[in-house]
Design a protein around this ligand. Structure first.
Ligand code: ADP
Ligand code: MG
Length: 691
């Protein structure tokens, strides 16, 4: 394992082997200090990178980037350079390493390319290591327009990390730290996914086109017995996980934990945390590798947020903390949180950030698929609140009131068996229903969707924190008595932002009412969430910290709406196609058979009332299904006349989605009345239990 790990990555070890000691040192310093690369050095790094990649069997290189569609992209160029005599040599220049010019015109730009040049540029991100995959050297890059507008998810992520570090260092200075020069967000993204049999997957148009089932009657058994969660991993799945781990380890992705999740056929993979930027790249790599390895095992990996109705959906828990370059985890309370003023202030900054920009956090977890998951009984509700646990909440309240005493004492977990060790109970890690929970030395943001890039969630967190850090630092700069200033910050936080703290059950009906009473934003769907993006307070935030200009904000909003519209149009069209060309014809055929059977039986004096009743019921349901499908078709004609992406999206939300549900209800009811051999596609039971 130690040899395999990172064996396909141009990491520190590979660099030390291939660069002179001085070049290596200069390269590291430039990356750390964020300086642009000296051209001579860049040339030597490019050369070393190519030689290393060729030794790995690479023939091509690609500028690997992350456009605004939650997947990655890149074109592959051979290292080939022709000589005059008809032979070729392998070549890779510093320019080719640093800059690429893919044609941007087919990537989502939200109108940016109408106003500006269509050409896009990719620039090397030296903070995330290059790697070799399938004979190509992958170079992580940022993707921008001709005039520097971000067209991807990496550019704003890097901008936000820069802003956060700047304000974080300022705040730490005010809190007495003299050594730290950089604050870096660390992220561990737990990835949930489903695995189903490939052959069955191929038989479902909805899964192939939309990644989720659009119809399917409830199977007799789902997740009721809790027998899948952490349960025995089936051999086929285990073989998949084994291969996946090896593949990921060789790519330097530190896949650490694997287990079965709550829903049948659902699993989870958690890597070790890394810097937000690398974690984001690795998460993309993880999703891509999962899909490919699954195919090799004749399985299909479903990353959709809600592949099946009636059982849990999949999310991506974004574990987040802040690390300083002098080795401090800013969210580590230590033995005595009350003595750890830095921790308390950073904690207050999180509370303030989440309360002030909860709408943006909700938005950062918005995908068309996540609408089906958020608010479901298993997933975080769409109201953003913070879970701190009783001990920390009490400590903050006391500190806010000027009493710096920790009256809590450790609680022990006693099993009543002498031979078993009594464990100290971890107060912080109990609430699994909160969208934003403090879990010991980090926050876990649980809303993010399983198919999404984690970039936006971290862009929002970084920027919102940068803002609060800067306000706190501004304030402390004016204070003569630092301790009094800290005290005031804590009491102000509790007074003005404490409403966002909720330690109860977020699934409880009463929480929605309570949250409304507290004035917390309740955002029900993607369209409402996307609307919030361009509120003045949000655009000001991004503008102030140079993460997004106003132009970029508007364009990104357009991209989100267009994406939503396209995905939903595809879903509705797929549903119509499945009804018209698979389900309705199967029903007509089956009803034909039933009526023949009925005639045959009557002819011999054995007419069956049960059979006729079945036929009647099916006839009725088929009529309903056909009528609901027609209604959906009518709506799809309507929706195409909508001029703006937002009107389109609103119509989808208000009309098309409820209508799709009506079609589904009729279809699912019919499924339960039809001979399983006559049903034109694999059932929920087949999909979830036949791996
Ligand atoms: P659980 O399922 O109980 O939430 P997991 O072990 O599956 O826990 O996932 C926890 C994740 O949190 C891992 O990816 C881990 O690396 C990450 N993590 C731990 N410490 C930090 C930290 N300081 N910053 C960011 N992520 C962290
Ligand atoms: Mg986990």
């Amino acid at each position: 394992m130690t040899e395999l790990f990172g064996s396909r990555v141009f990491n520190e070890k590979a660099m030390r082997e291939r660069l002179s000691a001085e070049d290596y040192k200069n390269f590291r310093t430039m990356v750390k200090e964020g300086k642009s690369m000296d051209p001579q050095l860049a040339q030597r790094v490019a050369r070393a990178m190519m030689d290393w990649a060729i030794a790995q069997g690479a023939t091509h290189y690609t500028h690997w980037f992350q456009p605004m569609n939650n997947v990655t992209a890149g074109k592959h160029d051979a290292f080939l350079n022709p000589n005059m005599d008809g032979t070729v040599e392998m070549k890779f220049s510093a320019k080719a390493l640093i800059k690429g010019e893919p044609d941007a015109s087919s990537f989502p730009s939200g109108g940016l390319r109408n106003t500006f040049e269509a050409r896009g540029y990719t620039t090397w991100d030296p903070t995330s290591p290059a790697f070799v995959k399938d004979g190509t050297l992958y170079i992580p890059t940022a993707f921008c327009s001709y005039t520097g507008e971000a067209l991807d998810t990496k550019t704003p992520l890097l901008r936000s990390m820069q802003a956060l570090s700047k304000q974080g260092v300022r705040l730490l200075r005010m809190l007495g730290n003299t050594t730290c020069t950089q604050v870096t967000p660390t992220v561990g993204a737990e990835q949930e996914y489903f695995l189903i049999d490939r052959e069955l997957f191929e038989k479902r148009l909805d899964l192939k086109v939309c990644g989720r089932t659009l119809v399917g009657a409830r199977p007799p058994k789902g997740q009721e017995l809790d027998d899948h969660y952490f349960g025995h991993i089936r051999l086929r799945v285990s073989a998949f996980m084994h291969d996946l781990d090896r593949e990921l380890w060789s790519l330097g992705v530190s896949s650490k934990t694997k287990h079965n999740e709550v829903a049948p056929a659902q699993h989870e993979l958690a890597p070790l945390f890394d810097t937000a930027n690398i974690a984001c790249d690795h998460n993309q790599l993880m999703m891509e590798t999962m899909r490919v390895v699954a195919k090799r095992h004749k399985l299909a990996c479903l990353l959709h947020e809600k592949p099946f109705a009636g059982v849990n959906g999949s999310g991506k828990h974004n574990n987040y903390s802040l690390l300083t370059d002098d080795g401090l985890n800013l969210l580590d309370p230590g033995e005595n949180p009350l003595e750890n003023k830095t921790f308390l202030i950073v904690l207050c900054a999180f509370i303030t950030a989440v309360n002030s920009y909860g709408d943006l956090l909700r938005l950062s977890a918005t995908t068309p698929g996540n609408d089906y998951r958020l608010g479901g009984s298993e997933a975080p509700p769409s109201i953003v609140s913070v879970f701190l646990g009783n001990r920390l909440s009490t400590i903050l309240q006391e500190a806010a009131a000027g009493s710096w005493q920790d009256n809590s004492c450790p609680v022990y977990l006693r099993t009543g068996v002498d031979v078993l060790t009594d464990l100290e109970r971890d107060d912080s890690d109990r609430n699994r229903t909160s969208p934003f929970a403090f879990t010991g030395n980090k926050f876990e943001f649980r809303m993010v969707g399983s198919s999404q890039s984690i970039a936006m969630a971290n862009v929002v967190l970084n920027t919102a924190l940068a803002e609060v850090f800067s306000r706190f630092a501004d304030y402390l700069e004016t204070c003569e008595d630092r301790d009094a200033g800290i005290q005031k910050l804590i009491s102000d936080t509790m007074a003005h932002h404490g409403r966002v703290i909720f330690n109860g059950n977020n699934y409880a009906e009463s929480w929605a009412q309570e949250a409304a009473r507290r004035g917390l934003p309740i955002i029900h769907n993607a369209v409402e969430a996307i609307d919030r993006w361009t509120l003045d307070k949000n655009m000001e935030l991004f503008d102030r910290h140079r993460v997004f200009t106003r132009v970029e904000c508007f364009s990104r909003q357009e991209v989100m709406l267009e994406h939503y519209d396209k995905v939903m149009d595809i879903e509705a069209t797929t549903l119509i196609e499945m009804m018209r060309r698979q389900v309705l014809p199967a029903l007509y055929r089956y009803m034909g058979e039933l009526s023949k059977d009925s005639q045959t039986l009557s002819a011999v004096g054995r007419g069956s009332k049960a059979l006729d009743r079945n036929l009647d019921q099916l006839t009725q349901l088929t009529d309903t299904l056909e009528a609901e499908t027609s209604a959906l078709e009518g709506m799809m004609d309507q929706v195409m006349t909508k001029e703006s992406a937002r009107d389109h999206a609103l119509y989808i939300c208000k009309k098309v989605q409820p209508q799709m549900l009506k079609v589904r209800q009729a279809c699912d009811a019919a499924e339960l009345l039809v001979d399983e051999k006559a049903w034109p596609m694999p059932t929920y039971f087949d999909l979830m239990f036949r791996v």
